[in-house]
Design a protein around this ligand. Structure first.
Ligand SMILES: [Zn+2]
Length: 322
């Protein structure tokens, strides 16, 4: 924690199905770190729809989130959620990214952004106060949230840019996964072509944020699963934190001991606890149709090369992270 009262935020950026929930839960288990899930969803999924917190109870009944609301705003009922959601829509969409680089060019945009980021600043401060932790881990992932976090006053944001092979991401987004928030519903699915375009656009936008001056480190999901402790050490060094090795015993070479957390939104893993094996999910190699592999490879070739993955292919040879 810095001495000037600023909140340190570890922002996990990347596409869906890149392993952000796993990384978030691992960082959140380090003493002094509080993982909150996809924080910008707190308004819609939490306050408005009262979905399940990672601890297993509804948002409105969770003592942690109740405390956060009290610390940040004097209670969630003091916030005009419709206003916050409207502000978010007005500043954090993909088309706003160029303006987020220079918001003063459009005064009305700058005013909306200032109002939105002041609310988010209070929220980060509230998490810090309620948790007593110096680092808030926000896995909101998407570029719009990363760019707006960069503009929040009073926080010191560092971004872990999490990348997973586009093949794995695109295949995962075709699978049927249960949605823990709606018992009879499934997690959203989409076509490999759409996922590949999103993968390219999101990752490029996050690269640009690094160029604009936000401290950023690249973490490949495949590297984390292969060497979890070494990659956690890298993240802690990047975040300027140290931890007693004994306090990191929850993370082994091939498993992690998950503890109960209060993650909001994110994939179903957010509510699991106990031992969890760490194995690379490479199902896409055999299950992603050949035509889809070709399409994903063609769309994401530049990005794959940029992040050190071997060049795309459409056959059955192994593609391993370099
Ligand atoms: Zn909770």
């Amino acid at each position: 924690m810095t001495d000037d009262g600023a909140v340190d935020v570890a922002f996990i950026g990347g596409t869906g199905r890149s392993g952000s929930t796993l990384i978030s839960r691992v960082l959140g288990a380090v003493p002094g770190f509080c993982a909150v899930g996809e924080l910008f969803h707190v308004w819609d999924h939490g306050v408005r729809r009262d979905e399940l917190c990672g601890c297993g109870v509804r948002f409105g009944a969770c003592p942690f989130w109740t405390r956060v609301g009290a610390e940040a705003f004097g209670g969630w009922d003091q916030v005009d959620v419709a206003e916050v959601l409207g502000l978010h829509r007005g500043v954090a969409r993909v088309r706003h990214l160029p303006l987020l680089g220079a918001p003063r060019l459009v005064p009305s945009f700058a005013r909306r952004l200032e109002r939105y980021t002041s609310i988010m600043g209070r929220l980060y401060q509230g998490v810090r106060a309620a948790s007593g932790c110096g680092v808030v881990v926000d896995s909101s992932k998407v570029p719009g949230s990363a760019y707006t976090a960069w503009r929040v006053p009073g926080i010191d944001v560092r971004m872990i840019h999490l990348v997973r092979s586009s093949y794995g991401v695109c295949y995962s987004l075709t699978k049927e996964l249960p949605n823990p928030d709606y018992r009879h519903d499934l997690m959203p699915r989409q076509s490999p072509a759409r996922s590949a375009l999103e993968w390219s656009g999101f990752n490029l936008s996050l690269d640009v944020l690094g160029v604009l001056g936000v401290p950023a480190m690249l973490l490949r999901y495949e590297d984390f699963v292969a060497q979890p402790r070494a990659q956690l050490d890298r993240m802690l060094e990047f975040l300027g934190r140290r931890a007693d090795p004994a306090a990191l015993a929850f993370l082994g070479d091939d498993r992690v001991e998950l503890r109960r957390t209060h993650l909001i939104a994110g994939n179903p893993m957010r509510s699991r606890s106990g031992p969890e094996p760490l194995v690379a999910d490479e199902e896409w190699r055999s299950r992603l149709p050949r035509r889809s592999k070709w399409l994903v490879g063609a769309i994401t070739a530049t990005g794959l090369a940029r992040y050190g993955y071997s060049l795309p292919y459409a056959g059955s040879r192994r593609m391993t992270p370099v």
